[in-house]
Design a protein around this ligand. Structure first.
Ligand code: HEC
Length: 428
């Protein structure tokens, strides 16, 4: 039996006895899951090159074979169709009644990481790791547009409710908004810095999750921040919205799922859904009561969406939002958002990409014995002061200390730099 199933069976039998099910049969990790609008079927996409088409209830499966490489995404379309995309750069359209391949949509030059269907059911949008977003006419199978402008792989796409616009998330660290009719970029909506993996549109809000753990909600119209749901520095890989829109579940790179209430943005669930490895696939069943999740194991799991806080045994640690704005100074927020993924403030933390900042002020640049600095930093010869830290992020490491291993990043507002420096002075 697989690791996750084992853990769940052992520790959570009382909670899951009735409702916990396994969708078994894939021969590789499960990358995405989707449930049909009528709730009777589910799709799973897997590294084993196949798409599973499940009848929920008796959990019988039919395999849709046609991809020549790992399948990364599969979604239901209206009219008895489904679409899948994968590492073979192809998008396949399936007839889910007969289980047969209907059309092959080609043109991407990188893996197809995500698909979205327009609200009227006529168009498909594809997110490509070639940096392109494809727009396709579902009836004819023809490509009607390429949306170009991202500076890196596109990881996710989502249509606006009226179908006139599309949001996209990219490894280039941005979320962009596009006009479907003209194919033009309307707006750079978010500049997050770290790659953005996943998007979800709710009732007038847009949520996104990023590789640095950043989990945020913005107003879909104005782009204003609504909530910062960041829990941890774990990559956010997937999100699912319950059918009634009342809750959002978020899966991360270490097997955790958190659930938030989309009215109050309070944490209502936080538990481990995979014993090891990431949660890549996540989807609610149509009654909103269960989640289907998948990851490194060759199986998908169906379990109650609300086990979270009722099942303390599954909550392996108590977490709170990292960036509770009410409790955090601007300096701390700057540090959490822009530095903490690479730098610790503790004496003995050697696990991050950058050297610890403990004891920073007065310390000679590049002088920690346990850290392997670039030669550039070792040769700087100055000590870190308020002034040199200020310059570092006013000019950006690429200009102030060209050749250092620090990523290009500037903090353009002097107040933000000042607040960050105050925070560092108090905490290092
Ligand atoms: C993506 C990782 C990353 C991020 C984000 C990052 N740093 Fe760094 N930082 C590094 C690395 C790597 C080095 C070592 C550079 C070298 O050796 O060339 C470094 C070095 C430094 C140093 C020099 C330390 C010493 O011992 O000489 C300071 C100061 C510093 N960072 C501050 C910051 C601050 C403040 C932030 C946030 C505004 C930040 N860094 C964000 C990776 C990062």
């Amino acid at each position: 039996m697989r690791a996750l199933a084992l853990v769940m069976a052992l520790v959570a039998a009382p909670v899951f006895a009735a409702d916990f099910r396994i969708l078994e049969g894939h021969g590789g990790p499960v990358m995405s899951a989707d449930v049909s609008a009528d709730g009777t079927r589910a799709l799973t996409a897997s590294f084993d090159n196949s798409v599973g088409l499940w009848t929920l209830g008796n959990d019988e499966v039919r395999w849709l074979e046609g991809h020549a490489a790992a399948v990364k995404t599969a979604i239901f379309l209206p009219g008895g169709l489904a679409a899948s995309g994968g590492d073979d750069f192809a998008i396949l359209l399936w007839d889910v009644v007969t289980g047969t391949l209907r059309t092959r949509l080609e043109g991407h030059e990188g893996q197809v990481a995500a698909l979205a269907v327009s609200p009227d059911g006529t168009r498909l949008a594809s997110a490509g790791w070639d940096g392109a977003i494809g727009l396709w006419d579902i009836a004819t199978g023809e490509r009607t547009g390429w949306l170009m402008g991202h500076d890196g792989a596109v990881n996710d796409v989502v249509f606006s409710d009226d179908g006139a616009s599309l949001w996209s998330a990219s490894a280039d660290g941005t979320v962009r908004l596009w006009d479907i009719a003209t194919g033009a970029e309307k707006r750079l909506v978010v500049r997050h810095g770290f790659g953005v993996n996943t998007l979800t549109l709710g009732d007038a809000w847009l949520a996104y999750g990023a590789v640095d753990g950043g989990t945020r909600v913005i107003d879909a119209t104005t782009g204003d921040d609504l909530a910062d749901l960041t829990l941890d520095r774990r990559p956010i890989l997937t999100m699912a919205l319950s059918p009634d829109g009342s809750e959002l579940s978020v899966g991360d790179g270490q097997g955790f799922v958190m659930t938030v209430d989309t009215t109050s943005w309070d944490l209502i669930g936080d538990y481990r859904a995979a014993a090891n490895g990431p949660v890549w696939a996540l989807s609610y069943t149509s009654d909103g009561k269960s989640l289907i999740a998948g990851g490194i194991d060759d199986t998908a799991y169906v379990f109650p969406a609300h086990n979270a806080l009722d099942a303390p045994i599954m909550a392996t640690e108590t977490r709170a939002f990292l960036n509770d704005p009410a409790k955090m100074s601007n300096g701390e927020r700057q540090f959490q958002r822009k530095c903490s993924i690479c730098h610790s403030l503790a004496d003995d933390d050697t696990r991050r990409a950058g050297p610890t900042l403990a004891g920073l002020f007065g310390r000679k640049a590049g002088s920690l014995p346990d850290y392997s600095y670039s030669e550039t930093v070792q040769r700087l010869g100055f000590a870190w002061t308020e002034d040199t830290v200020d310059k570092l992020f006013d000019l950006g490491p690429d200009h102030f200390i060209p050749g250092s291993k620090m990523p290009m990043q500037r903090i353009t507002r002097p107040e933000d730099r000042q607040d960050l420096i105050e925070f560092l002075k108090d905490n290092t």
